[in-house]
Design a protein around this ligand. Structure first.
Ligand SMILES: [Zn+2]
Length: 456
């Protein structure tokens, strides 16, 4: 069977990160995984126009899709989601493709949430990670404008008053405004990421894409208000589509999702390996990130606060899996190889003793009657000497084999220090049942990996 490919896909568009940044991140990752650059297929697209959405604009991306369909790709390395998916629909298409053909996807940019095999969650990340999505949660300049140019769902009416001044009013267009109203109503009912993604997909088709939908959802203009530094301000020249109460409810829902997304990104940046359990109340501890301070886990539900910094916690976990794996390597060595080696060595030593015994007997016989037996015994003595030499040689070989095995376990141990994140996660999953954090100690609960591990 043909060996599967490792592919690095790069795309440069005029408005975003340069090629070098993407390449450097990919190379750093390849090095970490011990993949030789010469074994990697680099595919590059240079698209100038950001508005042209067809794949013909990106020949390398087309090629990528093709080789994935031919089942030739094992690992795909991309800088950020917005390199392979430029809108919500491309995103769903891409996520389906890599899942169907079982491609491992890695995003190397530090502020990307890691790839998730669940397409709903992956699509959810996609919404936030695309260029337009990056501003989500920040108040846009548009939002505070009282008199915008055009607003989707409204008719902008300009009237000249008697005094000659013009007055602008915004009235519902009763076309898209109806769609937008049901968007708000539907969105106010959502509870899961899946529902979130579905609502965005559905209304994105009707309202110029999901980015527009996200903007609409955050715009108080639809409730005839604008947001100022002092709170909401009513706009009397705007016909309200929904009550402010509904708008505020939607902001609460949206913020919850945005927070969840930012938490995922922070967790990825902090390389969170495992979520600890509070030793006092047995609940999952909460991950917290405050600006430039180190992240930490905390629990304070009705008891004295239990806190641990993520870095410290990760160190404990890593030390634990190192120790356990080391123990496993040594145990394996002892129980299987050592016993086997001893058996073979004992056998050889026994055979050597037997030969030496024969040799002594021959020597004695020879000494008793040298002249008559010389011809017969000298040959036999020579042969036995050669046999003993051979056994000695085998014993030496076995000794060096024993040393080799020792060396292997010495090599394996340091190699554990340079495990990739995925390898580490697998080990953690295999070895650690859970970790409880108490006020002044950790309690690490392990699966028993070595059979009959009574003695430690
Ligand atoms: Zn607690």
């Amino acid at each position: 069977m043909q060996r599967k490919l490792v592919v690095v896909y790069l795309r440069v568009s005029s408005s975003s990160q340069n090629l070098r940044e993407q390449k450097d991140a990919a190379k750093k990752y390849l090095k970490m995984r011990n993949i030789n650059e010469e074994d990697v297929l680099f595919l590059e697209d240079f698209s100038v126009s950001a508005t042209k959405n067809d794949a013909n604009n990106r020949p390398a991306y087309k090629k990528l899709q093709q080789i994935i369909r031919e089942r030739r790709v094992a690992l795909l390395i991309v800088y950020a989601r917005d390199r392979v998916q430029r809108n919500f629909y491309e995103a769903s298409e891409f996520n389906e493709l890599v899942n169907v053909y079982d491609v491992e996807v890695v995003y190397t940019a530090s502020d990307e949430a890691p790839f998730n095999k669940n397409s709903s969650i992956e699509n959810f990340y996609g919404i936030f990670s695309q260029q337009e999505g990056k501003n989500i949660g920040r108040r846009t300049h548009d939002a505070i404008k009282r008199y915008p140019g055009e607003v989707i769902g409204f008719k902008r009416i300009k009237e000249t008053q008697e005094n000659g001044r013009t007055k602008v009013r915004f009235l519902l267009d009763n076309d898209r405004s109806i769609v937008i109203k049901s968007l708000f109503e539907e969105f106010s009912q959502i509870e899961t990421k899946e529902e979130f993604v579905n609502v965005l997909a559905k209304y994105g088709k009707k309202l110029n894409g999901h980015a527009t939908v996200m903007k609409i959802l955050q715009r108080p203009f639809y409730s005839a208000y604008c947001l100022t530094d002092y709170g909401y301000d009513e706009l009397n020249h705007v016909e309200a589509l929904i009550p402010l109460r509904l708008f505020e409810k939607i902001q609460a829902i949206l913020n919850q999702f945005i927070e969840e997304y930012h938490e995922t990104v922070s967790r990825a940046k902090d390389k969170v390996l495992l979520n600890p359990i509070c030793g006092v109340c047995n609940k999952k501890m909460v991950f917290k990130k405050i600006l430039d301070k180190p992240s930490y886990f905390v629990c304070s539900s009705r008891h004295k606060k239990v806190v641990v910094e993520v870095d410290e916690f990760n160190k404990i976990i890593e030390e634990t899996i190192m120790k356990e794996t080391e123990l496993f390597v040594l145990k394996e060595y002892e129980s299987i190889f050592k016993m086997h080696l001893r058996g073979i060595t004992d056998n050889l030593v026994h055979r050597k003793q037997h030969k030496q015994h024969l040799l002594n007997k021959s020597m004695l016989s020879l000494a008793s009657d040298f002249y008559s037996k010389h011809a017969k015994f000298s040959l036999e003595i020579q042969r036995t000497h050669a046999e003993i030499d051979e056994i000695d040689h085998e014993i030496t070989l076995l000794q060096s084999l024993r040393n080799e095995i020792k060396t292997i376990s010495q090599i394996v141990q340091p190699a554990l220090g340079s495990l990739t994140k995925t390898e580490k996660e697998t080990l953690i999953e295999l070895l650690i049942k859970g970790v409880k954090v108490h006020q002044d100690y950790f309690e690490v609960d392990l699966y028993s990996l070595v059979k009959g591990k009574g003695v430690r």
